[in-house]
Structure formats: C-alpha cells, structure tokens
Design a protein around this ligand. Structure first.
Ligand code: SF4
Ligand code: SF4
Length: 202
C-alpha cells in the first residue's frame, strides 16, 4: 500500500514484504477502478474528523464503506483497512483471517504471519474500545471479493495451521474469476494463483 497517508492510530501498516514487491504489483491494492471498496471500522470516521484528517480522496458510499479515488498524501486519512491489507479479520476474536488473492497481492502467506499478529492485536484493542465491532466487520467482510482464507490462525497465543474444514468455513461466496489477471501488475503473474505464489515455503 501507499505509505503517505496516516491512520487514526498513527500506524501506516507499511512493511518490507510489501515495499519489496510494489514494482511487481503496481500498488494494485490502491487502484479502485473495479468497484473495490475499503471498510471503515465502527467509530473510525468520527475519530478521523476529530483528528482533522483530510478525506477528499475518499468517496463515502455509507458510514462503513468508502472508495479511494486518488493516492493518499500526508495529512490524508488512510483507513485502518488499508494498513491491514492484505489481511482482514474473519471472525469475532480476530484469530482467523482472510488474505488477498495472490494474483492481486504477491506477498507469500508465510511472510504475513507477523502482520497477522499485529492486525490481531490492533483488532482486539479496537474491539475493547468499540464492543461488537469485530463481529460487525467480520459479517461485512462476507461481501469482499478478491480475498481467500488465510491458512494460519492464532490459537492459545500460538500460530497454527488452519484445517480444511476451517478454511472452507471462512471461504467467501464470491471469488475472482479463474482466469483473473490483475491489470495493475507490471510483469507476468505466471506462477501466482489465488492461494499460492512461486515463493511459498522459502
Ligand atoms: S498489492 Fe500487496 S504488495 Fe502490492 S502494494 Fe498492496 S499490499 Fe503491497
Ligand atoms: S487511502 Fe487509498 S491510496 Fe491510501 S493506502 Fe488506502 S487505498 Fe491506498
């Protein structure tokens, strides 16, 4: 993701596995030509107003759903959802996650484990401040397109593999087409599939 805007938590979510791959993906997660949308967390908009963050680059479809129309810059609101990308909590205690289709975001799953732990911590803290918001967000995320089940979860403070049934349970009803090719990518996506990259396991 673009690293110039700031979230209301002052966490931009930028990490090296992302910055190393931006030449390949062409910042695909920040291009919104195909009706992609960003989720605002319950209470996030109100805090952004209090912090005087500029929102001119965002089009609000409703209080929890925005579309980004221009790269965010210093002083602009960067939604927390952007800083969590390519992960998003899939359950009400943020122990299971969705991950972006790897034909769109090329970061291998094993490089996202630290990110998972960080998103978990922020999501749990948000839930403490805004009770019920995680269940609400997980329910809204069922409408996401371009996300797959993340193969790891947090259990008893440890990172463990999801089993096949758990993966099926959080799979979204709509996936990107089998022949999907991200038009933002600057090179061939050969070797990348919805759930895998050529660098898995390295
Ligand atoms: S698509 Fe993935 S690798 Fe590319 S900028 Fe977004 S988060 Fe980073
Ligand atoms: S606000 Fe827009 S430009 Fe900034 S990180 Fe989110 S999608 Fe990208």
């Amino acid at each position: 993701m673009i690293d110039t805007g700031g979230t209301i938590l002052k966490e931009n979510g930028v990490f090296s596995s992302c910055t190393q791959r931006q030449e390949l993906c062409g910042y695909a997660c920040c291009k919104f030509s195909s009706s992609n949308w960003i989720m605002l967390l319950p209470g996030e908009y109100e805090l952004a107003i209090q912090q005087n963050l500029n929102q001119d680059h965002l089009v609000f479809e409703n209080s929890s759903r925005v579309v980004c129309t221009a790269p965010c810059k210093k002083g602009d609101l960067k939604p927390i959802d952007c800083s969590w990308y390519p992960l998003f909590p899939a359950n009400a205690d943020a122990t299971k996650f969705l991950v972006a289709d790897h034909r769109k975001c090329p970061i291998p799953n094993h490089e996202l484990i630290d990110k998972m732990l960080s998103v978990h911590a922020h999501a749990v803290a948000w839930e403490q401040q805004h009770p019920g918001s995680l269940a609400h967000m997980a329910a809204l995320s069922r409408g996401f397109v371009g996300y797959m089940p993340f193969p790891y979860k947090i259990e008893n403070n440890a990172v463990v593999d999801m089993d096949m049934q758990e993966l099926r349970d959080i799979a979204l009803p709509i996936e990107l087409p089998k022949n999907y090719v991200c038009k933002e990518w600057t090179m061939s996506s050969l070797g990348y599939s919805a759930t895998a990259t050529p660098f898995d396991g390295r």
